[in-house]
Design a protein around this ligand. Structure first.
Ligand code: C2E
Ligand code: MG
Ligand code: MG
Ligand code: MG
Length: 280
């Protein structure tokens, strides 16, 4: 009897797995067509200098508006797109879309674009970046590519060669989610980074946890020592911002400063004051 019950449970489990596998295949399939069906959108989140409060640029964040599922969060679909290779077409679309958008702004603000490990290691990625800059007319100095530590370790020499080529174009490179990855500090020194982004998990706890505050101070010291500016991600409260300012963190990004949204909502940041008045 116990055996029978066990078998029944197993069958139930298999059936549920079947649903998950089918659902996953469906997402994979839908993702392959998301670009051509126009289901992808980019939202923009401002990044500001802490001392002056002025906007220095935006991070581009991808959104997928699925016709039946609604908005699918990137943490769910990007890993699937990476496994199936769809990320190559999707990533190229994001890069082209954001460079074209940024090229149209009055102010020469920066645009930061997330790059997946799969894109970074794909042949011809540096050439693709070059081609997109040429086609959109965006000044290379205004583009910043965000790379995580984990994206580097797949093939360090290859990642280094690609990043050097991209740097040679005049494009900036930021280390994203610093402190959460699986790599060594020597990568910070060996790789041509222009900025460190402290992960939100540390920022979020600076005013409640002495440990988080110590980690943030240490990363800021590291940045100073290496001559790299530091941006704190996920700033949600004015207490966090005050702590970061007091510790001489250069830049901040987070809900306190602005939530990611359509670029139209940030016209006051991208347009010259006169142009904005004319448009109004
Ligand atoms: P990320 O690059 O570290 O982006 C920051 C994430 O933190 C974004 O989540 C943003 O919406 C969120 N965030 C910003 N400020 C706050 C805050 O104050 N509080 C909290 N709780 N969250 C905040 P999002 O948009 O869901 O993106 C998640 C991740 O998906 C990104 O993490 C990035 O790794 C990936 N991603 C997003 N767009 C792209 C893309 O175009 N290409 C690739 N390869 N990855 C992307
Ligand atoms: Mg990022
Ligand atoms: Mg991040
Ligand atoms: Mg992240």
């Amino acid at each position: 009897r116990a055996k029978q019950e066990g078998r029944g449970r197993l069958r139930f489990y298999e059936a549920r797995m079947g649903v998950q596998v089918r659902e996953r295949r469906q997402i994979e399939h839908d993702l392959r067509h998301a670009v051509e069906r126009g289901e992808l959108r980019v939202v923009y989140q401002p990044q500001t200098r802490i001392d002056s409060g002025e906007a220095v640029g935006f991070e581009a964040l991808l959104r997928w508006h699925h016709p039946e599922r609604g908005t699918v969060p990137p943490n769910l679909f990007i890993p699937i797109a990476e496994e199936t290779g769809s990320i190559l077409a999707i990533g190229e679309w994001v890069l082209r879309e954001t460079c074209r958008e940024a090229a149209s702004w009055d102010k020469p603000l920066r645009i930061a674009v997330n790059v997946s490990a799969v894109q970074l290691h794909a042949p011809g990625f540096a050439e693709l970046v070059h081609e997109i800059l040429f086609a959109t007319g965006l000044s290379p100095a205004r583009l910043e590519l965000e790379i995580t530590e984990t994206a580097l370790i797949r093939d360090l020499p290859r990642a280094l060669t690609t990043l050097r080529r991209i740097k040679a174009l005049g494009v900036r490179i930021a280390m994203d989610d610093f402190g959460t990855g699986y790599s060594s500090l020597s990568n910070l020194r060996a790789f041509p980074f222009d900025k460190i982004k402290i992960d939100a998990s540390f920022t979020r706890s600076v005013d409640s946890s002495e440990q988080a505050a110590t980690i943030v101070r240490t990363v800021l010291g590291l940045g100073r020592g290496l001559g790299l500016p530091v941006l704190a991600e996920g700033v949600e409260t004015s207490a966090e911002l005050a702590f970061l300012g007091a510790e001489a963190c250069q830049e901040a990004q987070g809900y306190l400063i602005g939530r990611p949204g359509p670029i139209g909502g940030f016209q006051h940041l991208t347009a010259e004051p006169d142009a904005a008045e004319d448009a109004a």
